[in-house]
Design a protein around this ligand. Structure first.
Ligand code: ADP
Ligand code: MG
Length: 253
């Protein structure tokens, strides 16, 4: 079987970040971030543009190289030179604002390639898993369509199905609905909600405060490269403790 080895997760956070710093040249973007995501938890990250949310997310699977601090994924230090980074990355599904589908491949092929290349699944097995995940996001009938024939919302659901086809232990979402026309946002959020209900571990950068409130187990507010405030989403949204959180929420709510 091509399924990745299960990892012991008893008591080990899915993601743990300690003292994370990251600069681009003289621009210090992450100024010491500490937080964790427990298995099965949905953590939503909000904050103004430029506060470092995407950089933080991209440090989790080392798409960005941390300058200092620690990033542990299921207890594994992703910056340890001994770590098999590809194996860790295979456990993390990522969905971006842009859908990043391969435009020259059918929807089905989009879901099959990485399964074949990375997980070495047979064509039949990969296609079966792909079809099951397309059905899960409500797009079973689009298997043979080209991405350009789909709406943005459908493309984003395909991107989610593609990530799920790798059987990730956790999913990272970076503003997955920000590029969508408003009427297409709901279907994507519903797919994410279903995933959360199934117990998927999720870290979601979003401006959808309703989603954060209803689906999130924890809400993290970032500003200027630090976590200003975090806690129960209902608490943080209705009773923010810090002036910067209050100011941000007064603009977006
Ligand atoms: P957010 O996602 O909260 O909007 P980002 O993490 O994208 O914030 O960006 C935080 C800061 O880092 C911004 O000032 C941005 O210009 C800068 N930045 C992000 N990526 C890069 C990069 N690859 N090179 C240089 N600066 C970057
Ligand atoms: Mg961003």
């Amino acid at each position: 079987m091509s399924t990745p080895q299960p990892t012991p997760t008893d008591g080990v956070p899915a993601i743990r970040i300690r003292g994370l710093h990251k600069s681009y040249g003289s621009n210090e973007v992450l100024k010491g971030i500490d937080f964790h995501v427990d298995p099965g938890q949905v953590v939503c990250v909000i904050g103004p543009s430029g506060s470092g949310k995407s950089t933080l997310l991209r440090c989790v699977n080392r798409l960005e190289e941390p300058d200092s601090g620690e990033v542990l994924v299921e207890g594994i230090d992703i910056c340890d030179p001994e770590t098999d980074l590809d194996a860790v990355r295979a456990r993390i599904g990522m969905v971006f604002q842009g859908f990043n589908l391969f435009g020259h491949m059918t929807v089905l092929k989009n879901l099959v390639v990485a399964q074949r290349q990375v997980l070495k699944r047979s064509k039949a097995e990969a296609e079966e898993i792909a079809r099951a995940n397309l059905a899960k996001v409500g797009l079973a009938e689009k298997a043979d369509a080209m991405p350009s024939q789909l709406s943005g919302g459908q493309q984003q659901r395909v991107a989610i199905a593609r990530a799920l086809s790798m059987n990730p232990d956790m999913m990272l979402f970076d503003e997955p609905t920000s590029a969508l026309d408003p009427e297409l946002v709901g279907d994507v959020l519903q797919v994410m909600r279903d995933l959360a209900d199934e117990g998927m571990t999720m870290m979601v950068v979003t401006h959808e405060m309703g989603f954060a409130r209803e689906v999130g187990d924890k809400l993290v507010f970032m500003d200027g490269g630090v976590i200003v405030e975090e806690g129960d989403p209902v608490e943080v949204l209705s009773n923010p403790q810090h002036e910067r959180t209050q100011l941000f929420l007064s603009k977006v709510l």
